[in-house]
Design a protein around this ligand. Structure first.
Ligand code: NAD
Ligand code: IPM
Ligand code: MN
Length: 350
């Protein structure tokens, strides 16, 4: 029997995870679902956003699904104790270096996008975001006093050959099962780590993946192209920071940030970390307005990528499609369903 560890977290996290629980109970009754404190609520109860035992429990499970962490309540907590630090530490501890963020436009939602329907209809982009390196983790970083009374805030953007190669491999492998096309986005024109990124991806491609079509693109141009003609993209591999920003932008192409799931994968056989890409949405938390589909689709990715239940994943994906086809819409998609009613619509289709 497989174990899924649920980390509901903060804000709308518990609301969307409740719908995942209902779906899991109906679809995969044999799956053991555990739950643990995490994020700001863990900081309030235990003084830390990620308890050592929760970290160990995550590493020992077959898959981890988190809701969201953070919020204004913890804005002044020390950096290393903030809810977001718990998330970064968990990603690092699980060494889930490849973050798959599919920006897929369900046909029924082409009209909900901020772009014209013809630009997004059929859109199917797979971001591969490097998740445990780059400026998010580089040292040194800090805020220091300067002699003239000013302060200096600084971070370090750093990548090594092996860090770039392993995420590059994931992107090329994925491309082979899709339309065989990879865009690698960086700022090699400005950043040394970006230059190394481009060189390593170029070498890896020539050595191991010459059959895949590779294009290098500067990250700023990539942002522009994503809103100009997004269907030119298939797989986009990029670093931690650019991947964060570009995937949020792409989310809107699919209708709502509340639609985008993600899978963070590490070495084969190790558990994956699944999360909707949205945050805790403090502006709508506690009101039953959150769209649970990003979380439900994250569960779908967990079934597919970690839990060896491809048929259940296919059934869930079909149920989400059917729910959307029947007109089910939360407020972010222009409708009026509550979080639980959207869950009902998926369950009914299941
Ligand atoms: P956010 O993603 O929480 O919200 C941005 C906007 O999108 C808000 O207007 C929100 O209402 C809307 N939105 C997000 N998810 C939605 C959903 N499922 N259904 C409907 N609408 C949705 O981003 P933010 O406001 O910049 O950040 C809030 C907090 O969340 C911060 O503390 C941030 O650090 C944290 N955060 C956490 C994660 C995570 O846990 N993985 C991701 C992003 C942000
Ligand atoms: C995301 C979030 C996180 C990130 C934050 C909350 C640490 O924005 O998962 O997209 O920047 O990676
Ligand atoms: Mn983000």
């Amino acid at each position: 029997m497989s174990t899924l560890l649920l980390l509901p977290g903060d804000g709308i996290g518990p609301e969307v995870c409740a719908e995942v629980r209902r779906v899991a109970a109906a679809l995969t009754p044999d799956l053991k679902v555990e739950e643990a404190p995490y994020g700001g609520m863990s900081y309030d109860a235990h003084g830390t956003p990620l308890l050592d035992e929760v970290r160990d429990q995550a590493i020992a499970s077959d898959a981890v699904l988190m809701g969201a962490v953070g919020g204004p309540k913890w804005a002044d907590a020390p950096r290393h104790l903030r809810p977001e630090a718990g998330l970064l530490n968990l990603r690092k501890a699980m060494d889930v270096y490849a973050n798959l963020r599919p920006a897929y436009c369900f046909e029924a939602l082409a009209g909900a996008s901020s772009l014209k329907p013809e630009l997004v209809s059929g859109l199917d982009i797979m971001f591969v975001r490097e998740l445990v390196g780059g400026v998010y983790f580089g040292q040194p970083r800090g805020i220091e006093d300067l002699p003239d009374g000013q302060k200096k805030g600084f971070d370090t953007a750093v990548y090594t050959t092996s860090e770039i190669e392993r995420v590059g491999r994931v992107a090329f492998e994925l491309a082979r099962g899709r339309t065989n096309k990879v865009h690698s986005a960086e700022k090699s024109n400005v950043m040394e780590s970006g230059l190394l990124w481009k060189q390593v991806i170029t070498d890896l491609h020539a050595r191991e993946y010459p059959d895949v079509q590779l294009e290098h693109i500067l990250a700023d141009n990539c942002a522009m192209q994503l809103v100009r003609a997004p269907k030119q993209f298939d797989v986009i591999v990029t670093d931690n920071l650019f991947g964060d920003i570009l995937s949020d932008a792409a989310a809107m192409l699919t209708g709502s940030l509340g639609m985008l799931p993600s899978a963070a994968l590490g070495a084969k056989g190790k558990p994956g970390l699944y999360e909707p890409i949205h945050g805790s949405a403090p502006d709508i938390a506690g009101k039953g307005l959150a769209n649970p589909l990003a979380a439900i689709l994250s569960f779908e990715m967990a079934l597919r990528w970690s839990l060896n239940q491809v048929e259940a994943a296919d059934a869930l994906l079909a149920a989400v499609k059917a729910a959307l086809d029947s007109g089910a819409r939360t407020r972010d998609l222009g409708g009026s369903l509550t979080t639980a009613q959207m869950g009902d619509a998926v369950l009914a289709a299941l």
